[in-house]
Design a protein around this ligand. Structure first.
Ligand code: PEP
Ligand code: MN
Length: 463
């Protein structure tokens, strides 16, 4: 087994800058393909005011970092690491505050500590963060009290308020998306490089939360980690590795004109990188093999993901591999399955076996959120914690039976004490959803539910 420690990051990051114009023409081919889920922006003149500055703005992430992440994903695909991705369904500008961002980072760090300590596996940490501002929607319009307006497509496109002005797609919001992503990444880099993420802080991450089974269990784990660290200190071990952690940013690459404007040529290799985030994924609604999103992403060097829902066939998966990963490069392609607890044991085996039999190596990640969305009797879009757990268990069972590798987890979560998902040891019931339901799009695990889930996954990984 080849070892790396995401808690002792590679120092080989290349920060070489790139030219924003030369060689990018081929990337525009997506405009020739059918495209879905794109906002209709207003006049060309107004668009230029946004896209020209975006094209010449500094990249948000750097090619060297993206290359390291590709290696990390490859480790996860081989079972030598576990990928943990989490964050909001949709980030909002209003909630991109220091406190909220810190709470999300802290939740992912705590979950990672649980997984690493419980299952002795390095965790590749990734936020659905610093760019997750655009949403695919099942309908283009929304009707309330006889008024029909464009649907909310995320803060990158329009405003949630239900007025004609608010719902009008405004390309100036893309500049806000860029700056919010930059300030979020700035915090991320500060927190993960400046001592906040030091494993010796494992206790302090739990402070300020009310007690509950999830926290108590975490406290006990933190005490064990502390003991191990004191033992290491006593024998004179070097702690530099604990001070800095790698933490990557990911989002759905939905708005192709934004993603194109943030793509850059790496001056070392002449290859094109999407520089809006390290890891980019294609959603369930935009993964058409002959569509614009797949063409666009096929031209980037980043590690990429494709969501696969219950209707995905082996043929879909193999054609996506041929188009997006023709070289069969380790770490290049991740399939993020989101089948639903009731379907995963039925649908996933054929996909996993078909891909395995083709000889391709992808990273298989579970998103146990999007196949389990229901509406509560009091009208909330929610999910049951038990369904989420059941889909994760099903994911591990299917991979065990097929002899393939469960490489990671992709979650919608927040670091705050919201009440959006039913159940968990906090026993949120339908009436409880009213207490603190804050999401504008999909329901997220709260902090305690996220820790509970991490303990469960650690047990399955340790088997
Ligand atoms: C999402 O991740 O928020 C999402 C919309 O997922 P999917 O494409 O799997 O429906
Ligand atoms: Mn979602």
């Amino acid at each position: 087994m080849r070892h790396f420690s995401p808690d002792a990051p590679a120092r080989a990051h290349s920060f070489s800058l790139s030219s924003a114009d030369a060689g990018l023409e081929a990337l525009g081919a997506w405009r020739e393909y059918p495209r879905v889920q794109q906002p209709v922006w207003p006049e060309e003149s107004e668009r230029a005011q946004v896209f020209d500055p975006l094209r010449s703005a500094p990249p948000l992430v750097f090619a060297g970092e993206v290359d390291v992440l590709r290696d990390r994903v490859a480790s996860a695909a081989r079972g030598e690491a576990f990928l943990l991705a989490g964050g909001d369904c949709a980030e909002t500008f209003a909630d991109s505050t220091a406190d909220r961002i810190r709470n999300k980072i802290r939740t992912i760090l705590q979950m990672s500590a649980v997984l690493t300590y419980g299952a002795s596996v390095p965790v590749v940490k990734m936020g659905r963060m610093a760019g997750q501002f655009a949403k695919p929607r099942s309908s283009d319009v929304e009707t309330r009290d006889g008024l029909t307006l464009p649907t909310y497509r995320g803060d990158a496109v329009n405003d949630y308020a239900f007025t004609p002005e608010a719902r009008r797609p405004d390309p100036h919001r893309l500049w806000r998306m860029y700056t919010s992503s930059a300030t979020t990444l700035n915090l991320l880099r500060a927190f993960t490089g400046g001592g906040f993420a030091d494993l010796r802080e494992v206790h302090s991450w739990n402070q300020g939360f009310t007690s509950g089974p999830g926290y108590d269990r975490y406290e006990r784990l933190a005490a064990q980690i502390d003991k191990a660290i004191r033992f290491m200190a006593a024998i004179g071990a070097d702690f530099d590795a604990l001070k800095v952690v790698e933490f990557y940013a990911s989002h759905e690459a939905l708005l192709l004109d934004y993603e194109e404007a943030l793509s850059r040529i790496d001056s070392r290799t002449g290859e094109i990188y999407g520089c809006s985030g390290h890891f980019l994924w294609i959603g369930e609604r935009t993964r058409d093999i002959d569509g614009a999103h797949v063409d666009f992403m096929s031209r980037l060097r980043n590690p990429i993901g494709v969501k696969l829902g219950p209707t995905a066939t082996v043929d879909d998966a193999l054609r996506l591999i041929d188009k997006l990963d023709p070289e069969r490069e380790p770490g290049r392609l991740t399939f993020i399955t989101r089948m639903g607890a009731g379907k995963i044991r039925d649908r996933l085996p054929a996909l996993v076996e078909g891909v395995r039999n083709s000889g391709a190596q992808v990273a298989w990640v579970t998103d146990p959120m999007h196949g389990n969305t229901i509406t509560s009797s009091n009208g909330y879009k929610t999910r049951r914690f038990e369904d989420i757990l059941d889909e994760v268990v099903g994911f591990f069972e299917v991979h065990e039976a097929a002899g393939t590798v469960p490489a990671g987890l992709h979650m919608e979560l927040t670091g705050d004490d919201v009440t959006e998902v039913l159940g968990g040891t906090g026993e949120i019931d339908e009436a409880g959803l009213e207490r603190r339901y804050e999401t504008l799009v999909d329901p997220r695990l709260n902090h305690q539910q996220s820790l509970e889930l991490a303990f469960l996954v650690a047990e399955m990984l340790a088997r």
